[in-house]
Design a protein around this ligand. Sequence first.
Ligand code: P1T
Length: 381
Amino acid sequence: MKFATRAIHAGIEPDPSTGAVMTPIYQTSTYAQTSPGEHKGYEYARTQNPTRSVLEKNLAALENGTDAICFSSGLAAQDAVIKLLSAGDEVLAVNDLYGGSYRQMVRVWGQWGLKSRFIDMYTAANVENEISPATKLIWIETPTNPMLNIVDIAAVCAIARKHGILTCVDNTFASPYLQNPLDLGADIVLHSATKYIGGHSDVVHGALIVKDAGLAQRLHFLQNACGAVPGPQDCFLILRGIKTLHLRVQRACENAAVIAQYLAEHPKVGKVYWPGFPMHPGHEIAKKQMRMFGGMVAFDLKSNSLEDATKVMSSTELFTLAESLGGVESLIGHPASMTHASIPREDRLKVGLTDTLIRLSVGVEDVEDLLEDLDNALSGI
Ligand code: P1T
């Protein structure tokens, strides 16, 4: 089955008890047993919920995996992956990533004796040089948040495999429609389904997808033992969002391409970050591993003035100033003070994340209106 068909049908059957075509919201915390241990496969809703089970089957199919394990947020999903490790182990993570992912690794897991090192992964060979005997997990995010750098998933995962190191790819910025890391050799795919997968900015949700039975079993255990599970209503909303994932992401990518080009030609705009530009250092790899180049664009102003950047971010009308991304509506954000404020300034600057960088999550509105909105905002500085 092709992607669009899988998005709508994979794992989804009419409800066995009523024939309901749309998966019902099983709003229950427990299930009746006929005698102790005799039940219909469902015992307690932290462990299993039918709405969640349908979503997990669907997500596994979208990432070409065998199992998906859903969580109450993307960061709860990350928390479960890191719990596969032990004190003294080391995570090698890409040096440009969501600020909350960094914060959890450093400020939470650091206290439990886990070391995280943030390295340049844009040349795969560099990863091999950085591996130490303690390295047990390689953490890839691609495209990265917010600089839109590209990591060669196949090359880095091949290196990791040679050294017996687990790999996790945060595929949030691409979505399963654009990129499927398990096919490229990754062990675990992570999504903040809050973003493109949900697609409507109305739910916080996370998921892990794997294709190894042992890994699936360990992650299912952690999901149940630690308990950061999503509620059935949230699972329903994510299932509903997925039905249009391919249409939404396709349009967001088309709009982002037009906007990136417009920004690159604007006299007041400095550097524009978007992997679809042929001169982007990761362009060839992006072409190889992604279906399109994504709906995220970041840029600096030529003036590098915080006052100007603030004015632009405060004066758009269709682009709402807000954290998050991947919804149908366009958002504008200031990584230095919002999504990446928990990363030390000197580390942000090392990867080019300036105090004035502006990030766009391009939605699926009419691109002419989006261009006019940006044009109005830029003409005010
Ligand atoms: O917010 P949550 O569902 O817990 O997901 C965290 C997360 C994980 N990975 C990536 C790449 C992310 O971008 C995020 C969340 N990011 C934002 C809220 C943001 O505006 O960048």
